[in-house]
Design a protein around this ligand. Structure first.
Ligand code: ZN
Length: 148
């Protein structure tokens, strides 16, 4: 009886050790994923600052204009998350993430790199129809490019 009890307890201890080991492994994986995301955000921040400085220094775009555009995009709720797409062939809608129509198999329109303002916000269509150049950049004159 003692032997069986001992073996039973040993089995339970081994199981608990395995569970703990697996949990440690999962935590480590999540830590790596967070580190990778932080690295990507850092790189994106550098890219955005570089682009803003190019606009300011080489095209004479005032920083206030860049900030106003950033606020406008933010308010529009711009996102690059995949969304449902309508098939050009059969007109039916496939759920996000599909490359081909789930009904007829035809390739779905590709996700644009920059989100289409008209699809982001219902009011955006009126704005761009009234002012095709975009409010923030209206009347802006690019400065001479140094060495351009
Ligand atoms: Zn289709």
């Amino acid at each position: 009886m003692d032997l069986f009890w001992h073996l039973y307890q040993q089995g339970r201890i081994r199981h608990a050790e395995d569970t703990a080991s697996e949990a440690r492994h999962n935590v480590r994986e999540q830590e790596l994923a967070v580190t990778e995301l932080e690295r990507q955000v850092e790189r994106l921040t550098i890219v955005v600052i570089a682009l803003a400085e190019i606009l300011r220094d080489r095209h004479g775009t005032p920083i206030e204009v860049i900030e106003a555009k950033m606020r406008e995009v933010e308010q529009r709720g711009a996102t690059l998350r995949p969304k449902a797409k309508r098939c050009d062939e059969c007109g039916r809608v496939s759920s996000p993430g599909h490359k081909n129509c789930i009904f007829c198999g035809k390739p779905l329109p590709k996700e644009p790199f920059l989100p289409d303002p008209k699809q982001q916000h219902p009011g955006a269509e009126q704005v761009s129809a009234a002012n095709p150049a975009g409010t923030a950049f209206q009347g802006e004159k690019p400065a001479d490019r140094p060495g351009g």
